[in-house]
Design a protein around this ligand. Structure first.
Ligand SMILES: Cc1cc2nc3c(=O)[nH]c(=O)nc-3n(C[C@H](O)[C@H](O)[C@H](O)COP(=O)(O)O)c2cc1C
Length: 341
């Protein structure tokens, strides 16, 4: 059992103690939907039964140009799965996790089953408290260094979910930033990339997905940092120019394989790292352009040594970022007993 209480034992929830014997799984799913996702695509669906939540990938929300294999879709779903497990723990229950529990249903990514009641640990409570405060931050960060013990806590968070988080030294940082800029330029040159970006950034009334103007952040006056420019196709926006930190702290999250299961675990690790960072008052920006261009992703990986780069992160101290919208629960809940979504 790890510290958020996902266990392998198959002990049923007590149904005869007179105590409330099931957490509010609707509330837990609502927490799960706050997870980060590529372009805020929210590519997930959930089916709740009294003691289980099935988490499905929603392939209709995959980004065909950026993510043809669905790798980032499954990272996003993995982040939601981790948040769901954490929310169940916060409600005072242990849970079981099975990835891809039914070979006949490839979109059924995870089954999270509620087990017996157990009060959350202080560490789990700290992560739970961070859930509503975690937001992607595309603003300049302070020039101050991220302390070594904070870096170690983030690396430990990744390890606990089966991934590896490596902090770049000055030489590799410059190399990663250079590769990220190269990837960003290659992507921006593609009309299909820009068309896809336009679909996920065009504001329209009542929109509950995509990246809103309020989350785009200022324009990097020196064009040093390869933060994805979600304002690329909105020249009418009056964005301030800002100077970003010259020596950002850059980390790479990797897994020891590159299967669908590894992608889900990368997402779980990503969310655990992001929530740990939030708890430590650290701001974070995922940077995924370098892992979206296969040739550049290979340079960040070492397949022979079993190391596959899944995402790059920028970490530092920044002004608080604001949240982004989420679709209403009715859109992501699959009625129990209905056909597969
Ligand atoms: C797999 C994945 C890739 C992402 N890539 C980027 C990226 O390249 N640049 C960026 O600014 N944000 C990136 N994000 C962050 C999302 O844009 C963000 O999670 C989403 O817009 C929701 O906003 P929130 O994180 O503030 O809740 C990524 C998130 C995930 C899960």
């Amino acid at each position: 059992m790890n510290d958020i209480g996902t266990q392998q034992a198959h002990q049923p929830v007590s149904r005869d103690t007179g105590e409330p014997d099931a957490p509010d799984l609707v509330a837990c799913v609502r927490a799960a939907t706050t997870a980060p996702s590529l372009h805020n695509s929210q590519p997930w669906r959930f089916r709740i039964t009294p003691f289980e939540v099935d988490v499905y990938a929603d392939p209709r929300r995959r980004l065909d140009v950026l993510d043809p294999t669905g790798r980032e879709l499954l990272i996003s779903v993995g982040a939601a799965v981790f948040t769901l497990r954490l929310a169940i723990r916060g409600a005072g229950y242990l849970s079981d996790l099975k990835l891809f529990p039914d070979a006949t249903e490839p979109d059924l990514v995870a089954r999270v089953s509620v087990r017996r009641p157990m009060a959350p640990t202080p560490a789990a409570e700290a992560l739970i408290a961070a859930i509503p405060h975690r937001h992607t931050n595309r603003w300049p960060f302070a020039r101050s260094v991220v302390p070594a013990d904070a870096v170690e806590r983030l690396a430990d968070a990744a390890r606990r979910e089966g991934a590896v988080l490596t902090v770049a030294n000055p030489v590799s940082r410059n190399a990663i930033l250079g590769l990220s800029q190269e990837a960003d330029r290659a992507l921006r040159a593609k009309g299909r990339y820009r068309a896809e970006l336009a679909r996920w950034t065009s504001p329209h009334a009542g929109r509950r997905d995509g990246v809103p103007v309020t989350a785009i952040g200022p324009w990097d006056a020196l064009e040093m940092l390869p933060i994805r420019d979600f304002g690329l196709l909105q020249p009418q926006l009056d964005r301030p120019a800002a100077q970003f930190e010259p020596y950002p702290t850059i980390m790479v999250l990797s897994t020891d394989g590159d299967t669908r299961r590894h992608w889900v675990n990368a997402g779980q690790a990503l969310q655990r790292v992001l929530l740990t960072a939030t708890w430590l008052n650290l701001a974070t920006t995922p940077i995924s352009q370098p892992v979206e261009v296969p040739g550049i992703r290979r340079l960040l990986s070492d397949g022979g040594a079993g190391k596959w780069a899944q995402i790059v992160l920028r970490v530092g101290y920044g002004r608080p970022a604001t949240g982004t919208p989420r679709r209403p629960l009715a859109e992501v809940l699959v009625p129990d007993g209905s056909e597969q979504p």
